[in-house]
Structures are given as structure tokens and as C-alpha cells.
Ligand binder design. Structure first.
Ligand code: C2O
Ligand code: CU
Ligand code: CU
Length: 490
């Protein structure tokens, strides 16, 4: 320890990089991974004195590689990504989204339970120079959600350029022994793969079926991230904000960790793991014992699904000097159990076909694909005919009933809003549908591989008063802003 500290003090970054590479690199990527950049902690965004949270989208430049700035899009003071929006259950969320980029976009609150008119999907465009001002009452339980643009056909590009951020919901549920000081022992970890040339150019690197996949791993928008810990345990809020990549996450020393929450909040009980699969759009909160002397690294290992190619190091964690390891088994959190469909629950089937269609059709903003009764619990059977997909449903939470007839693994027993489907497999979901009825304002369901979403692997459902399903029109005459969309100069 003395030796390492001495070297760090005397020689700075060069030695830091050597230390980072001294052990555990799982394979030899083109450029050796080096932990050279302090993890960026996105600032917290809370309502201002007038009760509003401001998100200002703008063009900027980001030097992913030192001295090599590249044009990106960012939010507020960041030139890439945005602040972490923090909301509390029960409060009124009011957000002003100002579009300062040269293209029409939207802002979707992924994971939030809210009326479709403020969901921020493709029906709520924000034209350049205008401000969209949605508000809603926060009814979600504590969870790690996120926000990102959702413009029809252009989501992949807008997210890839840098528009995304975390949206954390807090509530009164006790979480004994779980770390909870944001940026200290409760860390945001936004994972994205990119292709960034030696000159710093951000390349939109597409593979035919899946779209953008890269081998340069950004965590909170920085390459080669490390974080100096100050506590014996740390909570990582993992978000897969990639366009297409699937992560098989773990640590380079294979240490155990405890998963406490998934997409929609706490698991029924904490689950000890060494490996965790996280598909595009999915989140997981894990607690890691981090005492000892040696730095250790979050990594992903290659799988066989085409979207999880390559072994990659992601983030180096450096234990606090003198802090002893403490067991994360002390964590006692308790989330809700599975959603149980009533006898005779409606069953809907979604066949995900090729890379661009669901049930034989590509997305059409004027077509309502499903009409569902408000507040119902239904069984949705998802069948994946060819490639890997990640199905996401807006405005709901669901639990996995089974995969190919087998009950879900323990880590998949919590409430979710996005689910991974390996190639040619099926999953059955128990879906708790939204309570906000509005026959003219659809919610989306789609593959969260953004190329697939943009290509048309998306459908729309409206929520109606029970009993009015048959009378509900299946077409929308005008795609675009819903009735109470409020945009204007700001
Ligand atoms: Cu994360 Cu429809 O999106
Ligand atoms: Cu969503
Ligand atoms: Cu897909």
C-alpha cells in the first residue's frame, strides 16, 4: 500500500495506468484498456425555486480522448449526457425540456408510470428552439429509471450523440444497510459502447442487423474510468444505455456482489451473484463489498448473441485505504413479489419478426395495435423469431412468468419494464397496465435495440375505461402532438 501510494503521489497518471493494467485484463483489445479518467458523477437535478426542473439540450464538444474534442449533444452543463434527475414518490414532477439542438426530438421518461400525453414518445415532438413542459405525479416506487429522446425513426442517432440521463425515484421504503449517498457510496454507472477514433471522432459504427456497436466503453461519458472509494461497500446503479450491446457483467477478480434492484425497483429479496446479464434499456442496482487493497474492475465478458461480442473492462474501483471489507450479505431490502394474473386474464401475443416488425407490421404512428383496459393485469407472450431483442413496454411494470416454460432466475424475479430475449426464444410476462385512460394517446412497446426500434419494431397501445375496448377507434387521424402537448418559446 505504501509503495502504491508513493508511486501515485510521485508519478501521477502514468503509474496509475500501469497499476490498472497489472492484472486481470480478460483479453487483448486493440488498445489496452487503462483506468486514466476519474469517473464523472452527473450532477443531481432537483426542482428549482419555481418547482421546475430544467433540461436544456444543446450541441457541444467532448474530449473523450484528451485534446481531441468531438461534436456531441449534451444537457445543461454537460456536453455529453445529462444530469441525474431525482424525484420523490408522491411529488409533482414538472420538467421544462428546451430543445437547443438543430433537430426535432422528444424526451421520454423510461420506466415512469404517467399519462401517455407526457410520456415523451414519438407523439410529443419538440421542435428546435421550443420548450416542452410535461408534469405528472410520481407514483413509481424507488427505482433507477432514465430519460432519453424518442423521435420517430431517429432515436438511435439522438441517443448515440449523447442525449440520455438517469432519473432516480426515491420513496420511504427502508433499505437497511444499502449505501445511499449519491456520488459517494451510491454511484451512477451509465454504460455505453462507442467507437472513438484516435483523433477523437465519434463514429456511428453500424453492424447490419443490430446497428451501432463499439469497442470503446464509456461510463458516464468517460473512457477508462476509475473511482476512488471512501466506504467499505458501494452501490452501483447500472444502466445499459447502449444502442444495441448486451452486457454480461461481473468483476475481473470474479468477486461476488449482491443485486438488490432491477428496472422498477427492489427485488423481492437481495440476490447474490457473480455475473449479471443486462440488455439495452435495462437497469440493475448492485452492492459490492469493496474493502482491501487491490483495485478491481467492472467488466463484461463475451457471449454468443452477436450483441455481446468481446471482453471489455469498464470501470476500475479503488478501495479506500485502511477500510476493511464488509459483507454485503448484511443488506436486507425487500421489494414487491411477482405480479399474479387473475384467472382468465387476457393473453396478448407479440411476435418479434426479423429486425423491424411485430405481428407482421412495422410501426405506424396512426395505427393503434392494442386497446387495453385501464389497470388490468394481462399476460403478454413475447416470441422472438430470429435475432436477439430487448422488449420494452412504456408506462407499465411487469414480472417474468416464465422463459420457454422455465421459471425466471432469482435475479429476474423483480418488477421490470424491459426484458431480454436471446435469439429464437420466448418469454411470458405478467403486465400491470397503466391506470390513465385516454383512447387518443398511445403508449409504445418496442425493441430497445435502437436500430430495431427505428426500423419499425414498435407498436402502440391505448388504455381505455374497461368495457369501451370494442368501441375504441383503431386509427389516429393526425400523428404528432397529443391534445395537451404544450410547446412554446421559452
Ligand atoms: Cu427507453 Cu420507448 O424507450
Ligand atoms: Cu420507455
Ligand atoms: Cu430487436
Amino acid at each position: 500500500m505504501e509503495r502504491r501510494d508513493f508511486l501515485l503521489a510521485g508519478l501521477g497518471m502514468t503509474v496509475t495506468a500501469l497499476t490498472a493494467c497489472s492484472s486481470g485484463t480478460p483479453s487483448a483489445p486493440a488498445t489496452p484498456w487503462r483506468a486514466v479518467t476519474p469517473l464523472r458523477i452527473p450532477p443531481l437535478a432537483r426542482p428549482g425555486p419555481d418547482g421546475w426542473i430544467d433540461l436544456r439540450l444543446h450541441e457541444g464538444n467532448t474530449a473523450f480522448r484528451p485534446g481531441r474534442p468531438t461534436p456531441t449533444w449534451g444537457i445543461n452543463e454537460s456536453s455529453y449526457l445529462g444530469p441525474t434527475v431525482m424525484l420523490r414518490r408522491g411529488e409533482r414532477a414538472k420538467v421544462r425540456v428546451h430543445n437547443g439542438i438543430p433537430e426535432t426530438t422528444t424526451m421520454h421518461w423510461h420506466g415512469m408510470h404517467l399519462p401517455a400525453t407526457v410520456d415523451g414518445g414519438p407523439h410529443q415532438p419538440i421542435t428546435p428552439g421550443t420548450t416542452w413542459q410535461p408534469q405528472w405525479t410520481v407514483t413509481n416506487r424507488a427505482a433507477t429509471c432514465w430519460y432519453h429522446p424518442h423521435p420517430h425513426g431517429a432515436t438511435a442517432q439522438h441517443v448515440w450523440r449523447g442525449l440520455a440521463g438517469l432519473l432516480l425515484v426515491d420513496d420511504e421504503t427502508p433499505t437497511p444497510a444499502a449505501p445511499r449517498t449519491y456520488g459517494v457510496d451510491d454511484l451512477p454507472v451509465i454504460l455505453q459502447d462507442r467507437t472513438i477514433t484516435g483523433d477523437g471522432d465519434l463514429v456511428f459504427d453500424t453492424v447490419p442487423t443490430f446497428g451501432q456497436l463499439g469497442d470503446d466503453m464509456l461510463v458516464n461519458g468517460v473512457l477508462g474510468a476509475y473511482h476512488q472509494l471512501t466506504t467499505a461497500t458501494v452501490r452501483l446503479r447500472l444502466l445499459n444505455a447502449c444502442n444495441a450491446r448486451l452486457f454480461n457483467l461481473g468483476f475481473d477478480d470474479d468477486r461476488a456482489f449482491t443485486m438488490i434492484a432491477g428496472d422498477a425497483g427492489l427485488l423481492p429479496s437481495p440476490v447474490p451473484l457473480r455475473r449479471l446479464r443486462l440488455g439495452p434499456g435495462e437497469r440493475a442496482e448492485i452492492v459490492v463489498a469493496a474493502g482491501g487493497r487491490e483495485p478491481f474492475r467492472l467488466r463484461t465478458v463475451a457471449g454468443d448473441e452477436a450483441i455481446d461480442r468481446g471482453d471489455h473492462l469498464l470501470l476500475e474501483l479503488r478501495p479506500a485505504p485502511g477500510v476493511r471489507a464488509s459483507a454485503s450479505s448484511a443488506i436486507r431490502t425487500q421489494g414487491p413479489g411477482p405480479i399474479v394474473p387473475p384467472a382468465g386474464a387476457t393473453v396478448r401475443r407479440l411476435r418479434l419478426q426479423g429486425h423491424d416488425a411485430i405481428n407482421g407490421q412495422e410501426m405506424d404512428l396512426t395505427r393503434i395495435d392494442e386497446v387495453v383496459p385501464a389497470g388490468a393485469i394481462e399476460v403478454w407472450e413475447i416470441e422472438n423469431t430470429v435475432y436477439a431483442h430487448n422488449l420494452h413496454i412504456h408506462g407499465v411494470e411487469f414480472t417474468v412468468l416464465d422463459r420457454e416454460g422455465a421459471p425466471p432466475e432469482l435475479w429476474e424475479t423483480g418488477r421490470k419494464d424491459t426484458v431480454h430475449l436471446p435469439p429464437k426464444t420466448g418469454v411470458r410476462l405478467a403486465v400491470q397496465l397503466p391506470t390513465h385512460a385516454d383512447p387518443r394517446a398511445p403508449y409504445m412497446y418496442h425493441c430497445h435495440i435502437l436500430r430495431h426500434e427505428d426500423a419499425g419494431m414498435m407498436g402502440q397501445f391505448v388504455v381505455v375505461e374497461p368495457g369501451t375496448e370494442a368501441a375504441t377507434p383503431r386509427t389516429l387521424s393526425t400523428p404528432g402532438p397529443a391534445a395537451d402537448h404544450s410547446a412554446g418559446q421559452h
